[in-house]
Ligand binder design. Structure first.
Ligand code: NAD
Ligand code: TYD
Length: 350
């Protein structure tokens, strides 16, 4: 079986890709990635010389390239993770998100359709999506698979749109697909623009911790390797045309999570308790900031037997340990272009 994983050099993609290359030597696993600022081949060092792994540098929005690639390799299954993924960037440059997340996904779907239209037997287009498509929750309630889509940021709207297009290819052309909508991930290899790795990096460097608004926003955090395991399970056992929500059963208000992170970092860095909390700086809120995300993951639990294997305490400790022991990785990704993004985004906090 030829499995194409898009975005395999990114955060979640690198964990999914490593899992497939290591656990399924009988599959030929291909990684298609444009290596944007978020893509980093260092994430794949451990598996890069495995005989069942091939890296292809390329852009999913390049239609001719994608069509030629699919004609040549005839991939049996696709796990599609490549995307622009950061809400703050989507507020500054929405068109990049529309292009990659909507157009890029449609170009992939079309190439896949043209390859197999006459016989989709055993084929699958697996679309990896986010809980942000559902919009925001109030103080109570959970997102289920039937919660109406109501996205609020250009990022979540572009993901919602791509989910709809995937579904339409299933209904219109009979293309087998699954979609998973997952909550916020954390763990090794995450680019330090998202909350947890950004704040770990800032604490290491004694830089301000820019908390948006009053910090009372809530997210449901899942350890990235548990997300990769869920994707493995849905890929092999998920039902055609189904959507599965994936979440950590693990809600945290930003400010509480940040204080917990500060505590653990002080211990790890041998700093006096309370030291890192002094870096907390409340800054202007994110426009259209969703108040609360929380996933009801009972469908994937009941139907496929998936549950997070790692508690938040364990996952956070592993994550902090990894960032502290991978300074070169951090320095490499935070140099260059990232600096100018950071200065623009946080000019008031630094
Ligand atoms: P990421 O930003 O870390 O990685 C994205 C990867 O896609 C990078 O390797 C990048 O080089 C590649 N890429 C971007 N544009 C491309 C293009 N035009 N052509 C080819 N490759 C391109 O993202 P992530 O956090 O790993 O998220 C992966 C997927 O999971 C995304 O689809 C995202 O919407 C979804 N998701 C993320 C989270 C989260 O918490 N990070 C939660 C739920 C769902
Ligand atoms: P983020 O990691 O960007 O994920 P998402 O917006 O996709 O949920 O942000 C997580 C939460 O942390 C969100 O409520 C915004 C907040 N946040 C800050 O308060 N400060 C920051 O610098 C960042 C990046 C996020």
């Amino acid at each position: 079986m030829k499995v194409l994983i898009t975005g395999g050099a990114g955060f979640i993609g690198s964990h999914v890709l490593s899992l497939f290359v290591e656990n399924y030597p009988q599959y030929n696993v291909f990684n298609l990635d444009a290596l944007t600022y978020a893509g980093n081949l260092e994430n794949l060092k451990k598996i890069e010389s495995n005989p069942n792994y091939t890296f292809i540098k390329g852009d999913i929005t390049d239609e001719n390239f994608i069509n030629t690639l699919f004609e040549h390799y005839k991939f049996d299954r696709v796990i599609h993770l490549a995307a622009e993924s950061h809400v703050d960037r989507s507020i500054k440059t929405p068109l990049d998100f529309i292009k990659t997340n909507i157009l890029g996904t449609t170009i992939l779907l079309n190439a896949f359709k043209n390859t197999w239209e006459d016989d989709f037997q055993d084929k699958l287009f697996y679309h990896v999506s986010t809980d942000e498509v559902y919009g925001t929750l109030g103080p109570t309630g959970l997102f289920t698979e039937t919660t109406p889509y109501d996205p609020n940021s250009p990022y979540s709207a572009s993901k919602a749109s791509s989910d709809h297009i995937v579904r339409s290819y299933g209904e219109t052309y009979g293309m087998p697909y699954v979609i998973t909508n997952c909550s916020n991930n954390y763990g090794q290899n995450q680019f330090p623009e998202k909350l947890i790795p950004l704040f770990i990096n800032n604490i290491i460097n004694k830089k301000a911790l820019p908390v948006y608004g009053n910090g009372e926003y809530t997210r449901d955090w899942l350890y990235v390797k548990d997300h990769a395991k869920a994707i493995d399970l849905v890929f092999h056992k998920g039902k055609n045309k189904e959507t599965y929500n994936i979440g950590g059963f693990n809600e945290w208000k930003n400010i509480d999570l940040i204080k917990e992170l500060c505590k653990q970092m002080d211990v790890k860095l041998g700093r006096p308790q309370g030291d890192s909390e002094q870096l907390i700086t409340f800054v202007e809120d994110r426009p259209g900031h969703d108040l609360r995300y929380a996933i009801d993951a009972s469908k994937i639990k009941d139907e496929l037997g998936w549950e997070p294997s790692v508690t938040f305490e364990e996952g956070l400790a592993i994550t902090i340990h990894w960032y502290l022991n991978n300074e070169t990785w951090l320095n490499n990704v935070t140099s260059g272009a990232y600096q100018s993004y950071y200065n623009k985004q946080y000019h008031k906090a630094t």
